[in-house]
Design a protein around this ligand. Structure first.
Ligand code: FAD
Ligand code: EPU
Length: 341
């Protein structure tokens, strides 16, 4: 494990914001992770764990040690009838894990194909897409508590998952470092095809037949590629804001003003729904807006993009203006999904 100083983080965040870390290293096992933490402690440096950098906005240079999570490994650890448990190292690429599972006939993750980033970051905001969230499959995860040096196991309940939320989002960055994740999957295909855009895509592809998980994955990939900009071509972090959760009265008030509002149910919170932030922002005129090199994507009003050379501060200023405008227009507060560092 090599510690590099004054390290350029531009290629390590999908916003491609130019920024530097005081120190940087990559870890590929628990012992090198512990050595990195010892170094940070000896130098009194704050610690930030970075996976694929697809959900972070650096507002400035980072004055501490950035540890890039690279712990590898995918193993089948248990089989019981058609149920299987798969354990993956935190540094495994999420999309590759989904594809590995599909190819081996372990089903469930197909709707979450092509979400960028690492497996270790997936529980942080309980990643989700097209009607499915990680929490449905997580059995447990292991996390290193930085202060004590102890390795803890968190089961699903202990993770306190919610919509784009978990217990890990509420602790200090670097307090708990996820090292592996165990998922329960099934050998029996039972695709979740209720999400409207997915239903329509499946109809187009194979009307009248039962969709199998591989077809669902292909349909999800096609929708994602048509809707979301590829960070390699146009740097971005996906949805910048979470979809706000509103009560029925707020929803009815919106419908009174605008007619039909596209809402998503929230089964864990009866009486509340999610309103797409993209819809609110689009109606407020944000789609395609540009401030120098920082902008809002032309097809997706909740996706901020860097046209080249935008600073973290510029992207953040744009995001703050978008929040203010939604608060003024609808009285709704938008919460960033992206972690601002
Ligand atoms: P990073 O950005 O590196 O880190 C995110 C946060 O997690 C940081 O606070 C970091 O400190 C912390 N962290 C990372 N790894 C660890 C670890 N091992 N232990 C402790 N803390 C850690 N998300 C969705 O939910 N659904 C989507 O459909 C979706 N689509 C996207 C599309 C695009 C084009 C992009 C760019 C992003 C999208 N995202 C989506 C967001 C992003 O892919 C996820 O949040 C992903 O889980 C981030 O993984 P990462 O490894 O890049 O995390
Ligand atoms: N819409 C607009 N204007 C736009 C874009 C969308 O009015 O510019 C409308 C659409 O017509 C649709 C609704 O908003 O009725 C929802 O749009 P979409 O299906 O694209 O989903 P989203 O709410 O914008 C969420 C997640 C995505 C996830 C998709 C699919 C959040 C914050 N975002 O997006 O996750 O991939 O659903 O499940 O929950 C991410 O978290 O980074 C992310 C990309």
């Amino acid at each position: 494990m090599q510690i590099l100083t004054d390290f350029d983080l531009t290629p390590y965040n999908t916003f491609a914001v130019s920024c530097r870390a005081y120190a940087f290293c990559e870890v590929f096992d628990s012992s090198s992770l512990r050595r990195a933490l010892d170094y940070a402690s000896a130098e009194s440096l704050p610690v930030l764990v970075l996976g694929g950098g697809s959900n972070v906005l650096f507002s400035d240079d980072y004055p501490g040690l950035v540890i890039r999570m690279g712990i590898p490994g995918i193993e089948l650890i248990e089989e019981d009838g058609d149920q299987v448990q798969v354990r993956a190292g935190a540094g495994e690429n999420w999309h590759q894990l989904v594809m590995h599972c599909l190819i081996n006939g372990f089903y469930g993750l197909e709707n979450m194909v092509l979400i960028p980033g690492t497996t270790g970051a997936a529980p942080i905001q309980n990643i989700g897409a097209y009607g499915v969230e990680l929490s449905r499959f997580l059995v447990n995860l292991t996390a290193l508590e930085v202060n004590s040096g102890e390795l803890w196991t968190f089961d699903r309940e202990a993770c306190q998952f919610g919509y784009r939320d978990s217990v890990f989002k509420h602790c200090r960055p670097g307090e708990l470092i996820i090292t592996s994740v165990t998922l329960q999957l099934s050998r029996t295909a039972a695709p979740e095809t209720g999400y409207q855009a997915l239903q329509e895509e499946l109809q187009r592809r194979q009307a009248g037949t039962e969709p199998d998980p591989l077809l669902v994955a292909q349909a999800v990939m096609a929708i994602r590629q048509s809707k979301l900009p590829d960070p390699a071509l146009l740097p971005n972090c996906g949805s910048f804001f979470k979809n706000p959760v509103v009560d029925e009265a707020t929803c009815q008030a919106l419908e009174g003003r605008f007619g039909e509002v596209p809402v998503f149910p929230l089964p864990e919170q009866p009486g509340y729904v999610k309103v797409p932030a993209a819809w609110l922002l689009d109606r407020a005129g944000w789609k395609g807006q540009r401030r120098g090199a920082a902008g809002v994507h032309r097809n997706q009003a909740v996706v901020l993009v860097n046209y080249g050379g935008a600073t973290g501060a510029e992207l953040l200023a744009l995001a703050r203006d978008m929040q203010r405008s939604v608060a003024e227009e609808y009285g709704i507060s938008l919460e960033p999904e992206v972690r601002i560092i």
